[in-house]
Design a protein around this ligand. Structure first.
Ligand SMILES: NC(=O)c1ccc[n+]([C@@H]2O[C@H](COP(=O)([O-])OP(=O)(O)OC[C@H]3O[C@@H](n4cnc5c(N)ncnc54)[C@H](O)[C@@H]3O)[C@@H](O)[C@H]2O)c1
Length: 385
C-alpha cells in the first residue's frame, strides 16, 4: 500500500492528475512528473513503486547521498494540448504543499525540465526539489550545484538531458558484453531526453543505431543512422526533422517499430509498449528499459522463456535521478566527466551484480535486481535509523 495517493481534477478543463508517494525515506520521496493523454492512477502507482526500487538500488554507504523513497506524478493530458502548460501549472500549484514537504520531482515523459522550472517559479516555488534540499546542511549550496550542473552542455545537449541516457547506454554496453554480443546493433523507441542520449552514447561507443522511432514514426537505416545530426534536428517534443534525412534513411509508420531487426532494443518512450500480444515480434536478444514500465509482466515472462534478457527500468534508467542527488549532495562535481564517471562505474557494477545474482539463483534479471534493491533498502533504513 502506498503512503499517499492523490487524485486532482483541474477546475478549468476537468482533466485529472495524480500523485502517488509509494514510500518516504528520511521523510522524502523522489520521482518525476509525466504528462500524457490516458495517464491513470494505476500507472502512476506502478511508477511510484519503481521509484522506490530505483532510489534504493544505488545506495552506497560511502556516498553523501542517502536515497529517498519513491513517488511519481502524472497528468492525463497530452503534452501537445494547447492548454498543456496551464494544466501543468494548476497541477503544480495544487501539489505545492506536498512538493514542499515530501515530493521532489523533475521531468518525465511529456514534461520538460525548463518548463517545469518556469511553472514552479510562477506558483511561488524556488524549485521542485524543496523536500530534498531541506535535508542538506546548506540547501543554498546544494541548489547552486544543481543549477551549475544543469547549465553544462555537451555538444549542444544539456547535461540534464544526457545523464539518464548515458546510463542506459552504459547499461546496454555492459549487458551486451556479458551476453557476448559481437558488434551489436540497436533500435531506440523514443528520441526525447532518454532516447536521444541513449542513441548518442551507443553510437559513440561504436554501436550501429539502425532505427529510431519518435511520435511521428520510424526512421531506419541498416548501415546506421547519423544519430548526432538527427539529435540536433529534434523539436521540443523529441521529434526528428524529416527534411534532414539522408537518401539511405527510410521512413516507416510508428506501428512498425518492432519490425526493424536489431540486437539491442531500447524502449525509451511510453509505458506498457511490449505486451503479450507483440512480445513474439521482439527480435532483439537484449531489451534495455530506458522507459519506465515498458514491458508488461506477461511479455517479460514470454521473452525470458525465449532467452531474451530484459534489463529492468529501475536499473537501466536510474542515472537521471541519481545524478541529481549525487550532484546535490556533493558526491560529484557539476561537470560531464565527473557525472559520466560515477554513472559508468555505478551502472556497470549494478549490471554485473544483477547478472551474477540472476546466474547464481536462476532468477530473471528483474527479480535478481529487486532482491538487490530490497536488501539495500533494508541496509539504508538501518543506517538512517
Ligand atoms: N526524463 C527523465 O529524466 C527520465 C528518467 C527515467 C526514466 N524516464 C522514462 O523514459 C521515458 C521517456 O521519457 P523522456 O523524458 O525521454 O520523454 P520525452 O518527452 O523527452 O520524449 C518522449 C519521446 O517519445 C516519443 N514518442 C511519443 N509518442 C510516441 C509513440 N507513440 N511512439 C514512439 N515514440 C513516441 C516522442 O516523440 C519523444 O521522442 C518515459 O517512460 C519516462 O518515464 C525518463
Amino acid at each position: 500500500m502506498s503512503f499517499m495517493e492523490v487524485t486532482w481534477i483541474d477546475e478549468v478543463t476537468g482533466k485529472q492528475g495524480f500523485l502517488v508517494i509509494d514510500r518516504l525515506v528520511r521523510g522524502a520521496a523522489s520521482g518525476g512528473l509525466r504528462m500524457r493523454a490516458g495517464c491513470t492512477l494505476s500507472e502512476v502507482r506502478d511508477l511510484a513503486r519503481g521509484m522506490t526500487l530505483k532510489e534504493a538500488v544505488v545506495y552506497s554507504p560511502g556516498d553523501n547521498y542517502v536515497p529517498f523513497g519513491g513517488g511519481k506524478g502524472g497528468i492525463d493530458c497530452s503534452p501537445y494540448d494547447p492548454d498543456a502548460r496551464g494544466v501543468m501549472k494548476r497541477y503544480v500549484a495544487a501539489m505545492r504543499p506536498l512538493i514542499e514537504q515530501y515530493w521532489s520531482t523533475g521531468e518525465d515523459f511529456g514534461v520538460r525540465q525548463d518548463v517545469l522550472d518556469e511553472v514552479a517559479a510562477e506558483v511561488g516555488l524556488r524549485s521542485t526539489i524543496e523536500a530534498a534540499l531541506a535535508l542538506l546542511p546548506d540547501p543554498e549550496a546544494g541548489f547552486a550545484r544543481i543549477k551549475a550542473a544543469f547549465a553544462v552542455e555537451v555538444d549542444g545537449v544539456g547535461l540534464g538531458d544526457l545523464a539518464g541516457g548515458y546510463g542506459v547506454a552504459e547499461t546496454a554496453l555492459a549487458a551486451a558484453a556479458r551476453l557476448g554480443l559481437q558488434s551489436p546493433t540497436a533500435f531506440v523507441q523514443g528520441f526525447g531526453s532518454m532516447g536521444g542520449a541513449t542513441a548518442r552514447y551507443l553510437a559513440r561507443a561504436g554501436v550501429r543505431v539502425v532505427g529510431i522511432c519518435d511520435a511521428h514514426g520510424v526512421v531506419a537505416c541498416p548501415y546506421g543512422l547519423d544519430v548526432e545530426r538527427l539529435l540536433l534536428t529534434r523539436d521540443a517534443f523529441g521529434c526528428m526533422d524529416r527534411s534532414q534525412l539522408r537518401d539511405c534513411d527510410v521512413e516507416l509508420p510508428v506501428s512498425s517499430w518492432l519490425s526493424v531487426p536489431a540486437d539491442i532494443l531500447v524502449p525509451a518512450a511510453m509505458s506498457y509498449v511490449i505486451t503479450a500480444e507483440n512480445a513474439a515480434d521482439v527480435r532483439a536478444s537484449l531489451v534495455v528499459e530506458a522507459a519506465n514500465v515498458p514491458t508488461t509482466p506477461e511479455a517479460e515472462a514470454a521473452l525470458y522463456a525465449r532467452g531474451v534478457t530484459v534489463v529492468p527500468d529501475f536499473v537501466a534508467n536510474v542515472a537521471t535521478n541519481a545524478w541529481w542527488w549525487w550532484t546535490m549532495f556533493d558526491d560529484i562535481t557539476a561537470d560531464a566527466s565527473s557525472a559520466f564517471g560515477k554513472i559508468s562505474v555505478t551502472l556497470r557494477g549494478l549490471v554485473d551484480e544483477m547478472m551474477d545474482r540472476a546466474l547464481a539463483t536462476g532468477l530473471p534479471p528483474r527479480q535478481a535486481a529487486t532482491e538487490i534493491s530490497r536488501a539495500k533498502l533494508s541496509d539504508l533504513l538501518v543506517a538512517v535509523g
